[in-house]
Design a protein around this ligand. Structure first.
Ligand code: PMV
Length: 311
């Protein structure tokens, strides 16, 4: 077991462009990293046997990692440290982030990847970091597909098939997307369980929807490559309807998608587990009317610009 942590680590947040939930069932999904979403720093405590602390004021987290803790985030951090054979006492970890917590933007994967990097160091092999993060993610929901951990560790745009492949997808030019947080909290575990229930009750209806969502991934990549933002938006709108069919949308998410489209978005869908969290929209150019429509409702929309990546 190592007794020390590295002083700094970073991890990405994420948006799922296509294939959330369906990815749990082995079809492809497409996700993009939100760079440098979380920065962690570690400093040694005077007493090296004192419980480790994790403080992330932006998420109102102030935890002591005692072995009997029932706090899921503390348990996830301990799980990651155990996986990495790192210290579990004697250190204070501080985090700074602009990412909202529990909004489907990958906050838990960013944290577990960051903790793994503090324990394993900046040169750690990516696969080990991802596996350590997944060990922590299992505390939050029983069957994580691993997509959040992969993209939190790697960044960029990735096409992911559970247990089979992670393919970085080159982005030929910058891509602007709008994120609109509903500010409704939700549990990924509950949302994953809702899909499981619908899948088990109506397999002949649910399975084709899952396959369509998986198929929409390559259509999404084609639309991005062709810079066809109208097609990208329309595919997202179709995906939102399919996710509703899998029981993971909600009245507020449906309404936000409707408002986005009425304000000029080329299409919109929920992103992440749904039920609350955020929607993702392809903004009009300029994006101001879309942002203003949500601001007028007291909401806090924001734009992300995915940076081009080489082929
Ligand atoms: O926790 P979220 O909102 O990032 O959702 C995770 C993505 C799911 O596909 C819903 C679950 C999974 O493990 O892939």
């Amino acid at each position: 077991m190592s007794l020390s942590l590295h002083p700094k680590a970073r991890a990405c947040g994420k948006i799922i462009l296509m294939g959330e939930h369906a990815v749990v069932y082995g079809v492809p999904a497409l996700a993009a990293g939100l760079p440098d979403a979380l920065e962690l720093t570690a400093r040694p405590l005077e007493d090296r046997f004192a419980p480790m602390t994790v403080r992330i004021p932006d998420w109102e987290l102030d935890l002591r990692l005692t072995p009997d803790t029932e706090h899921p985030v503390a348990r996830a951090c301990l799980e990651v440290l155990g996986f990495c054979d790192g210290p579990i006492t004697g250190w204070a970890i501080e985090g700074a982030t602009k990412l909202p917590a529990r909004a489907g933007l990958g906050s838990s994967a960013a944290l577990t990847v960051g903790i793994a990097r503090l324990a394993l160091g900046p040169d750690a092999d990516l696969e080990t970091v991802v596996h350590a993060s997944i060990a922590g993610e299992r505390i939050f929901h029983g069957e994580p597909s691993g997509i959040d951990s992969e993209v939190a560790a790697r960044g960029g745009l990735i096409r992911y098939v559970r247990g089979a492949s992670v393919e970085p997808i080159p982005l030929p030019r910058p891509l602007a997307l709008a994120i609109i947080p509903s500010r409704v909290p939700r549990s990924t575990a509950d949302q994953v369980a809702k899909v499981r229930a619908r899948h088990d009750r109506f397999p002949k209806l649910a399975r084709p929807m899952i396959d369509l969502l998986g198929g929409a991934v390559d259509a999404t990549i084609e639309a991005i490559n062709a810079n066809d933002l109208d097609a990208l938006g329309e595919i997202m709108t179709i995906a939102h309807a399919l996710l509703g069919g899998l029981d993971v949308s909600s009245p507020i998410l449906d309404e936000l998608c409707y408002v986005a489209r009425a304000a000029g978005a080329k299409g919109a869908k929920l992103t992440g587990a749904g039920g609350g969290g955020c929607i993702l929209a392809v903004p009009p150019d300029p994006a101001a009317p879309l942002l203003e429509a949500f601001e007028a409702r007291g909401m806090v929309p924001f734009l992300v610009h995915l940076e081009p990546t080489p082929a």
